[in-house]
Write a protein that binds this ligand. Structure first.
Ligand code: 5GP
Length: 207
């Protein structure tokens, strides 16, 4: 049986650029990661495709999934539900492939409880003023909403302690390189590699 894959959780405050970094990582065709497509009740944005960007669901469909325990985690974010389908994650990990989730902080904390062996990466802004700048340049929000988001973002930054690694998103390419390096290093962890060598020593006594 192949070794179980790694569950990699990429998370961080609203506006930090999680989506952009994740898309950049998956645009590299040498990436060996599988992306877990989330479910959401928010409406598709222009250009978004059902089953590619998200599985778009109605609130009642989503609530049924919660009831039936079909989600690894879920959270309500700005009035919409977001959640990770459990079956895809389990099957992919079981087949030995790594899975990446790109989710907000509350959801990441729930995954940490269910999968403490996962790899938790916190994407951090270079500074609070830069984060505010990024939220403002989305251009869709009022001053009051921007301030609310900043309050939430500050609380989320305090949750950094629940993560294994912190990656600064100063430049998207640099952040992606750091994340890929962390994944490689994680695969070389003694605890992951040693059992394979122990088995080798037991089986092959001719050498
Ligand atoms: P957006 O609506 O901009 O695509 O996403 C809003 C937020 O929801 C982002 O922070 C994104 O990372 C997060 N998100 C996307 N999918 C999931 C999910 O399955 N679970 C949770 N908890 N958050 C998610």
């Amino acid at each position: 049986m192949s070794e179980r894959g790694l569950l990699i959780v990429l998370s961080g405050p609203s506006g930090v650029g999680k989506g952009t970094v994740r898309k950049e990582i998956f645009s590299d065709e040498n990436t060996n990661l599988q992306y877990s497509i989330s479910m959401t009740t928010r409406s598709p944005r222009e250009g978004e495709i059902d089953g590619v960007d998200y599985f778009f669901k109605s609130r009642s469909e989503f609530e049924k999934l919660i009831e039936e325990n079909k989600l690894l985690e879920w959270a309500e974010y700005v009035g919409n539900y977001y959640g990770t389908p459990i079956e895809y994650v389990e099957e992919t990990l079981q087949s030995g492939k790594d899975v990446m989730l790109e989710i907000e902080v509350q959801g990441a904390l729930k995954v940490r409880n269910a999968f403490p062996e996962g790899l938790f990466i916190f994407l951090a802004p270079p500074s609070l003023s830069e984060l505010k700048n990024r939220i403002q340049t989305r251009g869709t929000e009022t001053e009051e909403l921007i301030n609310n988001r900043m309050t939430v973002a500050k609380e989320e930054i305090e949750m950094m302690d629940a993560y294994d690694y912190v990656v600064e998103n100063d430049k998207v390419e640099l952040a992606c390189e750091r994340i890929k390096a962390i994944v490689v290093a994680e695969h070389c962890r003694r605890e992951r590699v040693a059992p394979r060598y122990k088995k080798m020593l037991e089986v092959d006594e001719r050498c």
